[in-house]
Design a protein around this ligand. Structure first.
Ligand code: MN
Length: 246
């Protein structure tokens, strides 16, 4: 799939897929092939379609929240990133992960923070949609190598959830709670502010939970801990496991 970024035909089909929001199987399979990364074309970033309908995560996450979160907030990160990079075609062509992981210092200072914020926003949300899924269609619990690693790092899956929820609850203001792995495959929980991606610190995000108010406020208002408790019912452990083994 490496040629995706330069192939005009593929680029057009991505744009069509993006227009047909939530276009089911096609969208899901393309996201899977792209390894859950941000969708990127030669001329800039594109909002990846949701891999399931907007109401698929109810009651944990309501359809209106999904619609605004994906269609407005995520779209804005994509647009703002493209806008920041428009005078820098060399940076625009670079895979976003690479740009943030190793080349953030090379980004001109006047757009650097915009790239970290909006590039991170695009990357984080592209991951977020894929690590969630309708409970009837995804594994309800980690298994295999991921389960072994969770047990060795945290004791149990419940301990992992509790520590992630703690990280998300304690994050002051906006940010994310993350399960990340280092280059040796060791798991760790951390929290980042704003849209800072863990790859800025050289950590690979395996699972991320958005704790910005826009992720939960319509349904949960000030009750972030209730949102954090509910979201585990829609975590797609197949995708989390795939990311862990990637
Ligand atoms: Mn968000």
């Amino acid at each position: 799939m490496a040629e995706l970024r330069s192939d005009e035909t593929t680029r057009r089909s991505f744009i069509r897929a993006g227009a047909a929001l939530g276009a089911g199987v096609f969208a899901g399979s393309m996201l899977a092939c792209r390894g859950g990364s941000a969708i990127q074309a030669a001329t800039g970033q594109i909002l990846p379609p949701l891999p399931y309908p907007e109401n698929a995560l109810e009651p944990a996450i309501d359809a209106m929240t999904m619609q605004i979160h994906h269609g407005k907030h995520h779209q804005a990160y994509v647009d703002n990133l493209n806008n920041a990079l428009k005078a820098h075609p060399d940076l625009q062509k670079m895979p976003l992960e690479e740009l943030l992981a190793r080349n953030a210092a090379k980004v001109p200072e006047d757009i650097r923070q915009a790239v970290i914020n909006n590039g991170g926003g695009h990357l984080n949300h592209s991951l977020f949609w894929t690590i969630l899924g309708p409970p009837s269609k995804v594994s309800p619990a980690p298994k295999g190598k991921l389960l072994d690693a969770v047990k060795s790092a945290f004791g149990s899956v419940d301990d992992l959830k509790q520590k992630m929820n703690e990280a998300g609850t304690k994050r002051f203001g906006s940010g994310w709670a993350w399960l990340v792995k280092d280059s040796g495959g060791k798991l760790e929980i951390l929290s980042t502010a704003n849209q800072d991606s863990p790859i800025l610190q050289g950590k690979f995000p395996v699972l991320g939970i958005d704790v910005w108010e826009h992720a939960y406020y319509l349904k949960y208002q000030n009750r972030r801990p209730d949102y954090l408790k509910a979201i585990w019912s829609v975590v797609n452990w197949d995708e989390v496991g795939r990311r862990y083994e990637a």
